[in-house]
Design a protein around this ligand. Structure first.
Ligand code: PEP
Ligand code: MN
Length: 340
């Protein structure tokens, strides 16, 4: 495949951009609009044969066409230098904004979810998390409440005003999850479930894609590309720890992935210090480190009674700890000129 990028002039009109897109589509290819702060470019994919640059350079509003030798990537910084900023319920995620997502691993009951949600809100965190479908190692472990869990999250959203993120585990339930969720989470185990990625790529909701537990960054970004190629560019990435020989933590939180992803991609990158460590006593230090290394936010598990949690109790912090963490994060964010 020979990919091509059509670069428009800074003053190109919507009509001229539209004309280029229609020409690309009339040739049987796909057009991907990349709006930059200075000018718009249009990427072409799906071309088995070479595309003639001259064919496009003759169109009004076109500055030039560049053949790209490497496969063209919607998620790469090369094709889109500006940071992607995603709006969720009036809040901006990515860029210079630092966002805290907090809540229980799983939605267990209405009481538990509301109790945690209220504390998440009063602590000043921005998004409520909670799984209604849980990917568990054992089929005998709590699997989540399914649609009832989504309804509980909806209730918590109405009570607190917090937007919600929850996991879609399979293609069959994506539509239902998209109906309730402000952000759809794709879990580490599903990072390379390509039919699921394509399916969420056809929704209109922002998607948080978690890194697989033994996935390289190229693999993570190619998975994000699956979502983007279907038309959904609202993608957040999340580092959640990888498998290593370490025995002092459940996973090894790869904080170097944060600047590495930021060099390669324009997508926001979050850090999950809960799954990244698996132990409550390590969550706060690693959350602070995530902010210091320049992540766009964290996602942290909180439970009001961790010893009774139906999943991931040992890594859940309690609401008082979330409050103290928020104070630390505010100080670190200020140091890096991030708004929290
Ligand atoms: C989760 O966030 O609840 C979860 C299951 O995380 P991961 O997919 O990273 O294991
Ligand atoms: Mn969990």
């Amino acid at each position: 495949m020979r990919a091509m990028l059509i670069v428009m002039t800074p003053g190109a009109t919507d009509e001229e951009i539209g004309r280029v897109e229609r020409r690309i589509e009339s040739l049987g290819f796909r057009a991907h609009r990349l709006a930059g702060s200075q000018r718009t470019a249009i990427g072409i994919t799906g071309n088995e044969r070479a595309v003639e640059a001259a064919e496009f350079e003759a169109l009004p509003g076109v500055s030039h066409a560049v053949p790209v030798t490497r496969p063209f990537h919607l998620v790469s910084r090369e094709t889109h230098p500006d940071d992607t900023i995603i709006e969720v319920a009036g809040r901006r995620l990515g860029g210079s904004h630092f966002t805290v997502i907090a809540g229980p691993c799983a939605v267990e009951t209405l009481e538990q979810t509301l109790a945690v949600a209220r504390r998440v809100q009063s602590a000043g965190a921005h998004v409520l998390r909670g799984g209604a479908w849980k990917p568990r190692t054992s089929p005998y472990s709590f699997q989540g409440l399914g649609r009832d869990g989504l309804k509980i999250l909806d209730r918590a959203r109405r009570e607190t005003g917090l937007p919600i993120i929850t996991e879609a585990m399979d293609t069959e339930t994506v539509e239902m999850v998209a109906e309730y969720a402000d952000i759809i989470q794709i879990g580490a185990r599903n990072m390379q479930n390509y039919s699921l990625l394509k399916r969420v790529g056809r929704t209109k909701r922002p998607v948080m894609l978690k890194r697989g537990m033994s996935a390289t960054l190229d693999e993570l970004l190619m998975s994000a590309e699956y979502i983007a190629a279907e038309g959904n560019r609202q993608i957040l990435l999340c580092e959640r720890g990888v498998r290593t020989f370490s025995s002092h933590a459940r996973n090894t939180l790869d904080l170097a992935a944060v600047p590495a992803v930021q060099a390669l991609s324009h997508l926001p990158i979050f850090v999950d210090p809960s799954h990244g460590t698996g132990r409550r006593d390590k969550v706060l230090p690693l959350a602070r480190a995530a902010a210091a290394v320049g992540a766009h936010g964290i996602m942290v598990e909180v439970h009001d009674q961790p010893e009774r949690a139906l999943s991931d109790g040992p890594q859940a912090i309690v609401p008082d700890q979330l409050e103290s963490l928020m104070r630390d994060l505010r100080a670190i964010a200020a140091l890096l000129d991030r708004t929290l």
